[in-house]
Design a binder for this molecule. Structure first.
Ligand code: NAG
Length: 416
């Protein structure tokens, strides 16, 4: 190799290493693996943005297909090998919404089974309940809990915005809870759960609230199991948003971008949102009462407040709340629900990760539900990061991911 080639190789290596390297907290196991995963996501996004900038395609479509290939690669061995051969699935629609129904191996005659509706994550823009680890986990739940699992493929950005994804999930939930469906699948109406992770946790919490308050739905969810749910968009300077603003997998600007997309807001508002200018205190729509529902200085345990100070902007950008009405809609931001609504909600399991911008959303919701008299179990993973739940299949497996799934299934075993 000539010296020029050597110089180019060294420079390229340095550039790649610089791109891949991201300082991670000491508690993260296999940091190199998480760095690679993060770099993979980032490169897919960057390539997507580039193609959009060149007017070739919407960035979402260029990110989707490599992501699906990746998920297919990770799950293919398991699905083909039939690790859980007894579970069968059917692809169908509930009120026009595509769903996959997993049925456990036939139990004894006359025995009712549990039911669980699962809403996958992916920033309201990516993912499918049929793909990747979601498929594996639904099979595990169905098999281990003798449970009929319904995984919902609600519509995604950019095809739709809020409230469409919520309305899809709500319609699917009503169908799932109908006496006809429960009877046909031999599901015990007293043992039905709604669950989801990340953006799916947002939808699960919102659906649980709406169903609880809807007198037209006779059967209610018995439990809600929320994995690092997204619950509010008024404060992007909670201690967890500040602490994890550059954390792998879900940095703050990506989460804020997902919110802007979901709420159909102008993408140029991103810096305003990050500065909390959209929730300035001098705005009549944002009453002190509403603000108190997202006040982490009151709602978080001291351990998580540390020495953080709240970022409350006085003047900010008052017109944003009018331009983006979803910000104050509890179907988009379930943490904003009033106590009377929360009081009717089912018993909750909330998983939070230390290294996740969404940690405090989950912890604040746990406190608000408890204040309203609802029983809540919080599983806080000290070495957890956003997206860990589901990282269980080789080569993208993490111990903390397997532990997360185990904890979740065990809680359901004991509480559903
Ligand atoms: C936030 O609002 C203030 C007051 O209107 C303004 O001066 C500032 O530039 C805004 N910050 C951002 C990041 O837009």
């Amino acid at each position: 190799m000539g010296w020029k080639a050597l110089v180019v190789t060294v420079l390229l290596t340095v550039a790649v290493a610089y791109y891949v390297y991201k300082p991670l907290p000491d508690a993260i196991e296999k940091p190199w693996k998480l760095m690679m995963l993060d770099a993979l996501f980032r490169s897919m996004m960057h390539l997507g943005f580039l193609k959009e900038w060149l007017h070739l395609s919407h960035y979402i479509s260029s990110v989707k297909s490599p992501m699906e290939n990746l998920e297919g690669f990770v799950t293919s061995s398991e699905s083909k090998g039939g690790v859980i051969p007894g579970v069968k699935f059917t692809d169908t629609t509930f009120a026009g919404v595509p769903v996959r129904v997993y049925e456990p191996p036939a139990g004894g005659e006359g025995h009712l089974r549990r039911g669980l509706m699962y809403l996958h994550g992916g920033g309201w823009a990516f993912g499918s309940g049929k793909a990747g680890a979601y498929d594996s986990i639904s099979r595990m739940i169905s098999d281990e809990l003798n449970c009929v699992v319904v995984s919902v493929d609600y519509r995604l950005y950019p095809a739709v915005h809020f409230p469409e994804p919520f309305l899809d999930c709500f319609a699917a939930a009503k169908h799932f809870l109908s006496p006809e469906f429960l009877a046909r699948y031999a599901i015990d109406p007293e043992r039905v759960a709604v669950s989801g992770d990340s953006a799916g946790g947002n939808l699960a919490a919102a659906v649980a609230q709406e169903i609880s308050a809807d007198d037209g739905v006779p059967v209610k969810f018995s439990v809600q199991a929320l994995i690092y749910p997204v619950l509010q968009a008024l404060d992007f300077s909670t201690p967890s948003y500040v602490q994890n603003q550059n954390m792998a997998v879900l940095p703050r600007h990506t989460m804020v971008m997902f919110w802007l997309q979901y709420l159909n807001a102008d993408p140029s508002l991103l810096p305003q949102f990050i500065a909390n200018n959209h929730s300035a205190s001098r705005q009549s729509a944002l009453t002190p009462e509403l603000r108190s529902r997202v006040d982490w200085t009151v709602l978080l345990p001291p351990k998580f407040k540390k020495n953080h100070t709240p970022l409350v902007v006085e003047k900010g950008c008052p017109e944003v709340l009018k331009k983006v009405p979803g910000l104050l809609d509890t179907r988009a931001a379930p943490l904003l629900a009033e106590a009377a609504v929360l009081a009717k909600c089912p018993r909750a399991y909330i998983m939070t990760c230390e290294y996740d911008v969404l940690r405090d959303d989950g912890l604040m919701y746990a406190q608000r539900l408890r204040d309203a008299g609802v029983s809540v179990s919080v599983e806080h993973l000290e070495d957890g990061f956003h997206g860990a739940f589901g990282l269980i299949n080789w080569p993208m497996d993490f111990e903390v991911g397997k532990r997360a799934v185990r904890s979740y299934i065990t809680w359901l075993q004991n509480n559903l």
